[in-house]
Structures are given as C-alpha cells and as structure tokens.
Design a protein around this ligand. Structure first.
Ligand code: IDC
Length: 461
C-alpha cells in the first residue's frame, strides 16, 4: 500500500524540483525517498529507507528526517551511521555507499520502537534538500498477538543484531541451537527429505548450517553447481521453518583473501537469490588461520558490501583469527577485534571450539568477549579439533551451559554419518532413510539431540 508523502509543501522541495528540471546553478541535490515498514509488532517495527540522489553526484551525504511521534526511536540501523536527537534522525553514508552518482540509490534500514502511534517519518532531506517520496504502510494485521508455538522462523521472523545479541522480530534476544552439515561435496546423501525432517521435527533444530567448502573438491571446482546446491538447502530449511547459515567454508589456505573473488561472486549470487527470505544468515569465512586480523577485516569489508547491496537486512557472521578462536589459538585474544572492529553493522563474530581441545582459557575468553562483541558459535565439536576422538562430555557440557547462559547461538559439527567422533550418526546411516530410530545416533549425536530438542521459549512480545 503506497501513498504519496506530503513532502512537497515546503520551499526547500522547490529546490529539489528545480534541480530535476535543469542543471542546478550550484551542486544542489534533489532526492527521492521510499520509506517502507516491512514489519511491525507491539512496540516495534523494522523499516527500509531507499534514498535516490536526483541531483549532482555527491561524495558524502546525510539523510535527515523527523519522527512525528515523540515515542518513535531508532533502536539499531544498518548501511549508515544513525543518530537521533529528540525527533530529528540523521543517517550518514558509510564507506560503501558514501558516493552516490546521479540516479544512484542507497538502501538503509533500521529497527525502531514506538510507544504511542507509528506514523511515517516526515521531512526527509538529503544534504539539507527536501526529498520527494512515498511510504509503504506496515502490513495490515500486524502480528501483535503472535502464536506462542510455531517453527523457529515463524516465531522469530527476520533476525538482526541488537547490542551483543541476535534479536528476533520483537527485538528480543534469541539463542539459536542447531547443526552444521559436513562438507556438502562429500555428504550430500545426508541432507535428503528424511534427514531434514528429523532435524526439524525430532531434533527441533532452529538452524541448518550449510558447510560449502571452497577448496577440497568444493565450490572452486563447480561454482554454479555448488551455488545451486546451497540454494536448494536454503529452500529445504525454509520449508521446515529453520534458519539457514550459508557457510563459505574456507579452511586451507587460511587467508580468506585467497578466495576473495570467489566470495564476491558467490555472495552476490546467493544474496540476490535469497534476499526476500527471512531465514538466511551469511557466514563469509569459516576459519581464517595463519593470517592477521587486519587481513580478515579487510576481506570482510569487501565482501559485506556485496551482500548488503543485494540483501540489506540479513545478519552476517565474520570469521576470526586462529580458526575462528577470536585469535586465542594464535596467541592473541578478542581485544584485536574489540579495538579494530569490522566497519559494518548487523554483524556477528564467529567463535569455534572443539571441547576436548579447547577448555577453560577459551571459555574465559568467550565470557569476557560476550560483553563486548556479538558472538555466534557457528561451528563446534564435542571431540578434539581433528574432528575425531572421544566425546569430552564434561567440557562439552560446560561449553553448552555457558552458551545457554550467554544466549549465544550455535551449530554443532556435524549432522552426518562421517566415520569420526564428531558426527551425529553412525556410519552408513545416510545410506538409508531412518534418522530417528534407536541406534542411529553416535554418543555425540545423542548428547546434541538432548540439548537441542528442549523447548526454545522464544520471546514473542
Ligand atoms: C574436518 C572434517 C574431516 C575433514 C577435514 C578436512 O571433520 O572429515 O577431513 O575437516 O576438510 C574445523 C573445520 C572443519 C573440520 C573440523 C574438524 O571447520 O572443516 O572438519 N574442524 O577437524 N575447525 C576445527 C575443527
């Protein structure tokens, strides 16, 4: 539902229209704005703001607008640096969208809160010049009284990062608990309908992490084929109400920049294809290793804009130094990230551990870092870092209790029947169709199923 914003009634707008009618005497910037409330719930909403520069090219910009109701607040925004003073909101362009040629657009957005009513903002202006524009109202029948039960995606909707947490459509922190595939180039037979039904229905998994290796007979050997397989699994997860973490599984070589061009190609494609879904999370580099944090950050700051250009509101997970140990496995710690964070919003940092190898020193790093950085455990094992050996029950339990307490989401390596201790199913399980019967689970699988299948109690208001 679109209606024209009453933005033309001020003198300033005439400047904008004059700029449209002919070459401006000076570098005045006409502009148009589309403001869309994509979802709204009791006390909160998410809005997209597309601003198009109709005037001369600009190399820096500030979009200003006014919240008409005193209770309306920007809680967290993306693709701009947001601030609010009273009812006046400003969004400053960031590195990847600061330059806008004539006719070019920037897609921004924010999660807001409101107390009274939630009318559309007014007086949009780009670099001080009023914009023309339109507003799309929130969907009629906003989900003010959502079902208390439902799939993880039905209950939580589009996720976003709020402070150090992953938050749901009610702007409340949620912990997602689920499983990672093994390399899909080797274990595709483990991700058919029966296996994924068991994951969603019996395990009550909130997410499926799709581990797409880049090397080791992975993506680099058949980019189009692997892109298609990932997209198909995103659809399978969506059909079952699970989130899908698209894992660009770099491992060897450890410098993600080695795969920078492949990453840009891959993420441009999957982000465009999945932009309208609300179940997708992008993980841009599995485990950087043997490489500085500065190099990882540089990679992230080139790949994230590619994703944002196609899918502006999705959460992105950034791998960290030392096999995603926040640097600990390379003798560093989280301060290198805290002191020099990736220049992007709506992102989380990956922390990976293997319970038999990584214990108290790693747990204390996570406890400390969780106060400052949004963390997501996009991969962990109950065994040693080789992926094999015995389950360390004491360390695994200590880890899972800590993650529960901190509300940090996780995906366990692996939902597969690989012949190694980290696999959840006994070898040969994926040759059949029974993923639920007695005897198919390994010790690791039984432990994880017992942890993941407990009720989520996601907040719904
Ligand atoms: C392991 C697999 C194993 C495979 C190996 C090399 O379990 O079957 O041969 O990769 O591809 C990680 C990596 C993950 C590893 C896992 C266990 O992200 O790819 O999987 N691990 O070694 N980081 C720490 C441990």
């Amino acid at each position: 539902m679109k209606r024209l914003l009453a933005l033309l009634a001020t003198g300033a707008s005439v400047v904008g229209l004059t700029a449209l009618a002919g070459p401006p005497a000076q570098a005045a910037a006409g502009c148009s704005v589309e403001y869309t409330v994509t979802s709204q719930w009791s006390g909160g909403f998410q809005a997209g703001v597309k601003v198009t520069n109709l005037g001369d090219p600009v190399s820096g910009w500030t979009l200003g607008f006014t919240m008409p109701d005193a209770g309306q607040k920007v809680v967290q925004g993306w693709n701009a640096t947001w601030s609010q003073s009273g009812s006046a909101v400003t969004a400053d362009g960031v590195d990847w969208n600061r330059t806008l040629s004539t006719g070019a657009s920037a897609d921004l957005g924010f999660v807001g809160s409101f107390t009274g009513s939630n009318p559309a903002p007014a007086s949009f202006a780009l670099n001080g010049v009023t914009c023309t524009g339109s507003v799309t109202d929130p969907p009629t029948d906003p989900p003010t009284d959502p079902p208390a039960t439902g799939t993880p995606v039905a209950v939580n909707g589009q996720l976003h990062v709020c402070g150090v947490h992953l938050c749901n459509q009610y702007d409340r922190p949620v912990q997602l608990r689920g499983m990672s595939t093994h390399g899909i180039q080797w274990f595709g037979q483990c991700y058919g309908d029966e296996a994924l039904d068991a994951l969603a229905d019996d395990w009550k998994s909130d997410l499926l992490r799709i581990a797409m290796y880049v090397q080791e007979d992975g993506y680099e050997t058949d980019p189009a084929g692997f892109t298609g397989r990932v997209n198909a699994l995103v659809d399978e997860a969506e059909a079952r109400g699970m989130y899908a973490v698209i894992d660009f599984h770099t491992l060897t070589p450890g410098d993600p920049n080695y795969n920078l061009d492949r990453a840009k190609t891959f993420f441009a494609s999957v982000a465009a294809r999945n932009a309208d879904k609300n179940n997708v999370i992008y993980e841009i580099a599995n485990e950087p290793n043997g490489v500085s944090w500065a190099a990882v950050k540089n990679y992230a700051e080139q790949v994230i804009p590619v994703i944002r250009a196609a899918d502006p509101d999705a959460v992105v997970i950034v791998g960290t130094r030392g096999w995603s140990s926040l640097g600990v496995s390379d003798g560093s710690n989280e301060s290198e990230v805290v002191d020099n964070p990736v220049n992007a919003t709506n992102i989380m940092y990956a922390f990976h551990f293997y319970a038999a190898s990584h214990k108290d020193a790693y747990r204390s790093t996570v406890s400390r870092a969780a106060a400052k950085l949004p963390l997501f455990v996009s991969e962990f094992g109950t065994v040693s870092a080789t992926g094999g050996g015995a389950v360390d029950r004491a360390s695994s339990t200590a880890w899972l209790d800590l993650l529960d307490q901190l509300k940090i989401g996780y995906a366990n390596w692996t939902y597969s029947d690989a012949d190694e201790g980290s696999a959840a199913f006994r070898p040969g399980t994926c040759n059949g169709t029974d993923y639920s019967g007695s005897g198919v689970l390994t010790e690791s699988g039984a432990l994880l199923k017992s942890r993941i299948s407990t009720p989520d109690n996601f907040p719904t208001s």
